[in-house]
Design a protein around this ligand. Structure first.
Ligand code: ADP
Length: 435
């Protein structure tokens, strides 16, 4: 028993004793004690009602009282103050948590123990198409209906993530992971992995394409080598044909490896484009190479280059870029065709372009031409010694020089490949002595 409670009992007993003594004077002790107790009960009731009223409306101040009731109200006041402080701390922590979850790059959903949506961050709204206002309280399995998710939700072990197409956009791939917390509550983390999936798909396709490209020359080579190891052909013509074929296939593999190495170098090497490249001089030598490459076709190759216009960049990458476009024009343009190469200023930019009057490219192929191993005309590409990587290299090299590739082509009329370089890449020289 607390000292206050002892005091209250002592006070009550004292009042009863005093009223009994007073009553004894008039010989009415019983009546005096009864009246005193009645007044005491009224006093108690009044304070109980005041307490109850305050409990019904906690916004009001606590009632004032003396003695034991004063102590009770004081204790209540201290408890109320502590609760308010804790509430403030909690709501501060909650709002900090919400802010942190809102800033997360991943989607977050908080579920009740019955898998009902309690809270969703904006990323999860977008990724899963959840509308916080409308869907709050809804069961998550009514919104994400994919069977794999339904199975995952009833599992007890969530250590692994799961992957599903987004219910908001079937083309987007999401990974989800459930993290249990509190009393049977769950938190779902979701992330858009469409890009990663595409990269993985590209990697697998790339490996299978390279293997496919290598397989046919290797089959030819091993076929001839097997034949020759069994018995060398008697006549010189068959022998020479075999050697020629082997040479062509080996050269094809060599071109493929060279192109693959060029691509991988551009993918991994940091962009170090500090050299001043004399584009006009480079184009003169590439034009000479092109004339040798197409010497049997009697094509007309024209070059118009602004000698005062240099590029800040990487000589090897620009060499690859220009030579791939020029050589493609030579390879695809038939006999007596015309090819024009130009390098000039166009407004603030500079443009390198190669035009030919060759077979042209059908419009459906144009957006895919810079993909690795994409060929608009497979037979023509292989016949002319193509690897299918030329325009992929061109695209990389242009991007690494902050430029843009523009392809215009019409079937049976010809093609035009133009590369635009921005102002900050240009160096104008009146007397040209760049590399
Ligand atoms: P390839 O080694 O097959 O030439 P590229 O990546 O250099 O590979 O070119 C991709 C495809 O674009 C080629 O297979 C060809 O179909 C088409 N192409 C490129 N340049 C020309 C051109 N000047 N005229 C017609 N088609 C072209």
């Amino acid at each position: 028993m607390s000292p206050q409670q002892k005091n209250e009992i002592i006070s009550l007993l004292s009042i009863i004793a005093i009223s009994a003594l007073l009553g004894a004077v008039f010989d009415l002790s019983f009546l005096f004690v009864a009246v005193t107790l009645f007044v005491y009960i009224l006093f108690m009731l009044r304070n109980i009602f005041r307490l109850h009223n305050w409990l019904l409306n906690r916004k009001k101040d606590l009632p004032d009282a003396q003695g034991y009731w004063g102590e009770i109200f004081n204790e209540l006041y201290l408890i109320e103050k502590k609760t308010l402080k804790q509430k403030k701390l909690l709501s501060g922590a909650l709002s900090r948590f919400k802010k942190a979850a809102q800033a997360l790059p991943d989607g977050v959903i908080i579920l009740s123990q019955y898998n009902e949506i309690e809270w969703v961050n904006p990323i999860a709204n977008n990724l899963l198409g959840i509308n916080t206002k409308k869907d709050k309280g809804q069961k998550i399995n009514n919104l994400i209906r994919h069977p794999d998710f339904q199975r995952y939700l009833i599992k007890s072990n969530f250590s692994k993530t799961m992957t599903i197409p987004s219910p908001a956009n079937i083309d987007n791939i999401l990974t989800l992971q459930i993290i249990p917390f509190g009393y049977k509550q769950k938190m779902i983390f979701c992330r858009d992995v469409t890009h990663v999936n595409k990269l993985e798909e590209m990697r697998t396709n790339f490996v299978s394409n390279v293997s496919h490209e290598m397989r046919s020359p290797l089959t030819v080579l091993t076929g001839y080598l097997e034949m020759f190891s069994n018995k060398l052909p008697d006549d010189e013509t068959s022998f020479k044909l075999g050697i020629d074929n082997m040479y062509q296939q080996a050269a094809r593999m060599q071109r493929l490896v060279t192109d693959l190495l060029a691509l991988s170098k551009m993918e991994t090497a940091p962009v170090e484009h500090t050299k001043t490249v004399n584009v006009a001089a480079l184009l003169i030598s590439l034009k000479e190479n092109a004339e040798v490459l197409g010497q049997d076709k009697h094509q007309t190759i024209l070059l118009e280059a602004d000698e005062s216009l240099n590029l800040r960049g990487n000589t090897d990458e620009l060499h690859s870029l220009f030579s791939n476009l020029i050589n493609n024009a030579v390879r695809y343009t038939p006999e007596n065709g015309e090819i024009s190469i130009s390098w000039k200023k166009l407004g603030k930019q500079a443009v390198f372009s190669v035009k030919d009057n060759g077979p042209g490219i059908a419009p459906q192929h144009i957006p895919h031409l810079t993909e690795r191993f994409y060929r608009a005309d497979i037979d023509r590409s292989r016949e002319s010694g193509g690897t299918g990587l030329g325009l992929a290299i061109v695209k990389y090299a242009i991007e690494r020089h902050d430029g843009q590739l523009d392809i215009l082509s019409k079937l049976d009329e010809g093609s035009s490949f133009s590369c635009y370089f921005p102002e900050q890449r240009l160096i104008l020289n009146s007397s040209n002595n760049a590399a």
